[in-house]
Design a protein around this ligand. Structure first.
Ligand SMILES: [Zn+2]
Length: 110
């Protein structure tokens, strides 16, 4: 699972196919991501303390990670993500298209 919060992603499947947006939440266990403005459902909610008005609320539902592709911030292409090992076993994500580092996965071991 190589998608992180705040990544830009391209939705490649489902009703929102083709949309580019930002990841707002990641569920690593279930391999789900919630993407801003993607898979929005209107949900009827009762009056509650959090929602004193009640009524209908738009909210994004999580989608499977396999339905999105990370957009490389360097070459702005939707890409697959590779892993590069740095010194002392530090791990970095790299763009498979241009080879740029797009964030660290785990720090160096000392
Ligand atoms: Zn790239």
């Amino acid at each position: 699972m190589r998608v992180n919060k705040d990544d830009q992603v391209l939705v490649i499947s489902g009703a929102d196919r083709g949309k580019r947006s930002r990841v707002v939440r990641v569920d690593k266990g279930k391999e789900l991501v919630t993407v801003e403005g993607v898979n929005v459902v209107r949900k009827a909610v009762r009056r509650s303390r959090r929602n004193p008005q009640g009524g209908r609320l738009s909210m994004e539902m999580p989608i499977a990670v396999s339905n999105v592709q990370v957009i490389c911030p360097v070459c702005t292409q939707p890409t697959r993500v590779g892993v590069r090992f740095g010194t002392d076993e530090a791990k970095f994500r790299i763009c498979k298209k241009c080879g740029a580092d797009i964030g660290q996965i785990s720090p160096a071991k000392k």
